[in-house]
Design a protein around this ligand. Structure first.
Ligand SMILES: *Cc1c(COP(=O)(O)O)cnc(C)c1O
Length: 459
């Protein structure tokens, strides 16, 4: 039995490294159709057991052409990082160790790794001492966590215990969001009982920055329980809201300021770029991802909260059979996350931070932004290509003469297998969005991708 386990893990490590070695040469996108994938992976449920080694080998062979080479240095889609070697390896161990990191009792080392990684992150990003945190599946769940804490706190201050009394009959909460907020904000709010029709939507400029003066005038009236959602890094342009001005508006109104910093918050780790998010440290909560710019494998998001009491009050749960608290107050993640049984996500973050160090995170962020600027300069020389707006951080938006050409050029580049990017609509026109978020992306990857665009533009 153990021998069989050894064999399958050793073989799997080989399959994994073989795949990584193909990244420079294989097409970045998938090479099979949906129907072919259903054919390759499908078939009836086997009547009896299939040996593990065979299962893994067959799975790898069947899936391979349907994989997108996301860890490739020429994958620029959405905002997606790759896995740093230490983080990938720690993630494997997380699976093998199989801790249930909801309770300290089911994974003491996992709980302490989260404590350490949480403190490292707080320090790296300059968030307030004493902030609480939660390791969650992604920024979406981080929003849910932070906004649950916000809901608790603004209602508590209005004399209402929302965990006990619910929202029926509660004092109304004003929720102020930007016209260019990420869609995950809406879903988190929806799950917390705030319908989209009830949101106070503040306009944003062309780059996607929330109008801070409009936030100020919305908040100028008599104080009511208020949550404001601002953004560090708009998903298309990478633009940052003026967080200092928004924090100034929130303070006198007693509003809870939440920051969606899914990828953008990482600029706080870079001395050269942290001015973009100046004022972020004055927020009440922050949601961001490790699986984007920190290059931890999926999935890995983080919620931070400047006020541990409402955070814990909103999320904590218990049952007679659980063992929480105890000598030396161990940290039980179920008190801080919307999850119950959960993966020990802290190990991957811990490993990524340790392997990069403070300087390494700054270098990673700076390097990606440098590549984005090189892209913008290079694209400006591609026939018919127009770079849209400024390159703020690691995102570049560009388009061709008309929507059809933009769509065709993007299609041609993806079909060439040289790179993978995604499209979007800005100002009513199609555009290509390019995000450099991968530790592996090199100057050579940038040049190869630019060459692919030059070829597609004139074909
Ligand atoms: C990616 C992203 C999200 C959602 O993050 P997930 O990790 O996918 O849940 C939220 N906001 C912004 C600005 C993003 O870029």
């Amino acid at each position: 039995m153990e021998k069989e386990f050894d064999d399958v893990l050793a073989r799997t490590a080989r399959i994994a490294t073989d795949w990584l070695h193909t990244l420079d040469d294989r097409p970045v996108g998938e090479t099979v159709s949906l129907d072919e994938l259903r054919e390759r992976l499908g078939g009836p449920l086997p009547a009896g057991p299939v040996p593990p080694l065979r299962v893994v080998e067959d799975l790898a062979a069947a899936a391979e052409p349907g994989l997108v080479a996301i860890p490739s240095g020429r994958y620029f889609g959405f905002v997606i990082g790759a896995g740093l070697p230490a983080a990938v390896a720690a993630d494997w161990l997380t699976t093998v160790w199989d801790q249930n990191a909801g309770l300290y009792a089911c994974g003491p080392a996992a709980a302490v790794a989260e404590e350490v990684a949480g403190e490292w992150l707080r320090d790296l990003l300059g968030l307030p001492a004493g902030s609480s945190y939660a390791f969650v599946p992604g920024c979406q769940t981080a929003h849910l966590t932070c906004l649950a804490a916000a809901r608790h706190d603004v209602l508590r201050r209005a004399g209402w215990n929302v965990e006990e009394a619910g929202l029926n009959g509660a004092p109304p909460i004003r929720v102020v969001v930007s016209a260019r907020r990420h869609t995950t904000i809406d879903r988190a709010l929806r799950l917390l009982g705030f319908g989209t029709a009830g949101l106070t939507v503040v306009p944003a400029d062309d780059a996607g920055r929330m109008d801070a003066a409009a936030v100020r005038s919305v908040l100028a009236g008599p104080p009511v329980p208020t949550i404001v959602c601002a953004q560090a890094g708009e998903v298309n342009t990478g633009a940052f809201d003026d967080l200092a001005a928004i924090a100034d508006a929130c303070a006198p109104a007693g509003a809870w300021l939440h920051v969606d910093g899914a990828f953008g918050l990482w600029v706080l780790a870079s001395p050269a770029l942290r001015h973009l998010a100046a004022g972020a440290e004055r927020a009440d909560s922050w949601a961001f991802d490790a699986h984007k710019w920190l290059n931890v494998p999926y999935d890995s998001g983080i919620a931070f909260c400047a006020h541990p009491e409402p955070h814990r009050a909103a999320l904590s749960t218990t049952a007679d059979y659980l063992t929480q608290g105890g000598d030396g107050s161990p940290r039980d993640a179920i008190d801080w996350t919307p999850g119950f049984s959960r993966r020990a996500r802290g190990f991957g973050v811990y490993a990524a931070l340790r392997s990069l160090g403070r300087q390494g995170v700054a270098d990673l962020v700076d390097r990606c932004c440098e590549h984005a600027r090189t892209f913008a300069a290079g694209l400006a020389g591609v026939p018919g290509c127009e770079v849209v707006g400024d390159v703020v951080v690691n995102q570049v938006l560009f388009r061709f003469a008309d929507d059809d050409t933009t769509t065709r050029v993007l299609r041609d580049v993806i079909d060439s297998g040289e790179a993978w990017l995604s499209g979007t609509t800005v100002g009513g026109r199609r555009a290509i969005r390019l995000s450099v978020s991968n530790w592996r992306t090199s100057g050579e990857d940038v040049e190869r991708t630019l060459a692919a665009f030059r070829r597609a533009a004139v074909s």
